[in-house]
Write a protein that binds this ligand. Structure first.
Ligand SMILES: Cc1ncc(COP(=O)(O)O)c(C=O)c1O
Length: 372
């Protein structure tokens, strides 16, 4: 399986770029969309509001179609954290507790900590040394007072993908909140399963910083309090004659404070169109092929792989490894000098190819790791 030439043509990262878990270089289509949007506001042809708002609405439609949910259940956020903060403060009045694996990326910890500091639910951080986030690993921390379980769809270090269906069951009356930034756009994702899905666009979605999406189930929209709802998130927001407060909207726009990241929305829509044209299944299969090829090289070099998974269904585009006689930072530096970009994280070398990765990179990788 390989992605099509028209998909490949959208991207131009260098051969050795294996760092999509940090930053995903955007497509030509994203660049063009953002440049066009700035052009339109720089030289307005009359009232710029309606066309920009029209493009925003269209972007929500594209995001909904991509996730397979109604457009009114999706909004655009400038970062993963922004979406998680909206949810954490939406749960702040309810007391109880939030269950989070202790090894989550900090973006999925601070919002809960800050909300707890303002009288919101306590945060229960669960140590899972092998990074296998399963219902069994979290179940002792979950009780009748659990308002949410918050996990990543893909662990930023190991690449482990938890069984979200099992976690949704465990959450019961609480919400399953999923930080999907490390997977969305690269590996298939059951958006209908969690109650909340948040993902910045700067990594695998390849739409750049300032773009991202927040999708909510009808149940979570009902449940969350409009703590951070600002002027954009209310009914008849543009009715200036009716003084505030207006009632909070009953769709995902409720979670907007002020103007949404409108340019980010256009970047996101462009990125999703590229994915849609290629097909998520094809992208997913190619990402996995590429990650398996990298795994073969690093194993041949005698590296240890961080592998909490039991089967392929628990794997993603991230593969972390370390050589027996060299620190991760030294390996990362050596690879960098040879033109291979990876990241050093927590004593591991984290590699993360996308579907555009050229497998010729395997030869360079082998030369550095085996020849080193
Ligand atoms: C799992 C995870 N969540 C969130 C982020 C980033 O959050 P934000 O989009 O708020 O910068 C990262 C990495 O930067 C991550 O690995």
């Amino acid at each position: 399986m390989a992605v099509t030439d028209s998909y490949l043509h959208e991207f131009s990262e260098p051969l050795g770029y294996l760092d999509f878990a940090s930053i995903g270089p955007p497509s030509r289509r994203v660049q063009a969309a953002v440049s066009d949007a700035y052009g339109r506001v720089s030289e307005p042809d009359g009232d710029i509001g309606p066309p920009i708002l029209g493009a925003y609405e269209a972007a929500l439609g594209t995001a909904g179609r991509f996730l397979g949910v109604a457009p009114e259940l999706v909004t655009v956020v400038p970062s993963t954290s922004a979406g998680l903060f909206a949810v954490a403060f939406g749960l702040a009045p309810f007391g109880g507790n939030i269950v989070v694996p202790a090894h989550e990326f900090p973006a999925n910890i601070y919002p809960w900590l800050r909300a707890a500091g303002m009288g919101g639910p306590d945060i229960r951080l669960v140590d899972i040394p092998d990074r296998r986030v399963t219902a069994g690993a979290l179940s002792e921390a979950v009780d009748d007072e659990t308002r949410a379980i918050a996990v990543s769809s893909v662990d930023y270090l190991s690449g482990f993908r938890p069984d979200l269906t099992a976690l949704r069951e465990l959450a019961d009356d609480g919400l399953l909140v999923v930080d999907a930034v490390q997977g969305l756009g690269a590996v298939k994702f059951p958006a209908a399963v969690p109650d909340v899905v948040v993902a910045g666009g700067q990594k695998w979605l390849r739409s750049g910083w300032g773009s991202g999406l927040l999708a909510l189930s009808p149940r979570s929209i009902e449940m969350l309090h409009p703590t951070l709802t600002g002027w954009w998130g209310v009914e008849d927001a543009f009715d200036w004659d009716e003084p505030p407060p207006h009632a909070a909207r009953h769709d995902a726009e409720q979670f907007q404070g002020g103007s949404p990241p409108l340019f980010g929305a256009m970047a996101l829509a462009a990125a999703l169109e590229v994915i849609e044209a290629e097909g998520m299944a094809n992208i997913h299969a190619t990402v996995m092929e590429n990650v398996f090829a990298i795994e073969e090289v690093v194993m041949a070099a005698g590296a240890e792989v961080l592998d909490p998974w039991d089967d392929e269904g628990e794997r993603s585009g991230i593969l972390s490894f370390r050589l027996p006689d060299e620190s991760a930072s030294a390996t990362t530096q050596r690879l960098g000098e040879a033109g291979i970009t990876v990241s050093s994280r927590g004593g591991w070398v984290r590699s993360a190819p996308h579907a555009t990765t050229d497998l010729a990179v395997g030869d360079v990788l082998a030369e550095v790791l085996i020849g080193g």
